[in-house]
Design a protein around this ligand. Structure first.
Ligand code: ZN
Length: 250
């Protein structure tokens, strides 16, 4: 009987590269739910690293029963990959993070899958054949990725750029009013952008929403209190280079 009351259509929040930035994450939740609730949260990796609030971000995702895959920073903090490929600041922040998360959190990060299939989507932080290492930022790389999976559409993170690549068309970046990407026409690679450390010259937190009724993904940006995150980073003793880049969005 209860089933009849269940709304089969859902709004799914697509997040990536939160990077321990709780101010940005809170702003994204508020912005995404300004008019309607979000029923589901998918996180595309790099929950931690770089930022000042790893536990707060993990707890916010756990509260919402978010489904998450592993990013390279999550894996480095969990100790399952080496930090040898990390630049000095990324490595310093990852070491800083390992000392500030609970053993349960480390266990959680260690246990995250590096790929997940959900509906028509493959979720992967980097690319199908290099989940923790390869970047998809160009049409050529998207076309290679389509060859590497049977899933129609691929949701990625890692580059911290918000974009959609559509087979036969090319790569589209959001304009000032975001971007609407319809599903079911051609294969897609979609990166919702980075919540906590955007690098596409827009310092606002990036995210996307998948509406499975209209079958569209919409891309959004949310203002957040950048200076509050920067203060917390300074107080925690995180590298200055990581603090200043947040205001630049790169
Ligand atoms: Zn990242």
């Amino acid at each position: 009987m209860l089933r009849a009351l269940y709304n089969p259509f859902m709004r799914t929040l697509l997040l990536s590269d939160i990077h321990s930035n709780i101010e940005a994450l809170k702003a994204v939740f508020a912005d995404a739910e300004r008019e309607e609730p979000v029923e589901r949260v998918l996180s595309l990796g790099d929950i931690v690293g770089y930022g000042p609030a790893p536990m707060a971000c993990l707890e916010a995702l756990w509260d919402r029963h978010a489904v998450s895959i592993q990013g390279n920073h999550d894996a480095a903090v969990a100790g399952t990959i080496s930090m040898a490929d990390f630049n000095v600041y990324a490595a310093e922040a990852a070491c800083w993070t390992t000392q500030r998360i609970s053993s349960d959190a480390a266990e959680y990060l260690r246990g995250l899958p590096d790929k997940l299939v959900d509906d028509s989507f493959l979720l992967v932080h980097g690319s199908p054949t290099g989940p923790l290492s390869n970047y998809i930022t160009s049409y050529g790389q998207a076309a290679e990725a389509w060859e590497q999976t049977n899933s129609s559409d691929i949701l990625v993170g890692h580059s911290h750029y918000q974009f959609a690549a559509e087979a036969g068309r090319g790569v589209e970046k959001p304009g000032p009013y975001g971007l609407t990407v319809p599903l079911g026409h051609a294969r897609l690679v979609v990166n919702p952008g980075s919540v906590g450390q955007p690098r596409d010259n827009d310092s606002r937190a990036a995210y996307a929403i998948y509406n499975d009724e209209t079958r569209v993904i919409t891309m959004h940006r949310a203002w957040y209190d950048i200076s509050a995150t920067q203060r917390a980073m300074a107080e925690g003793g995180l590298p200055e280079a990581l603090i200043s880049r947040l205001a630049l969005g790169r």
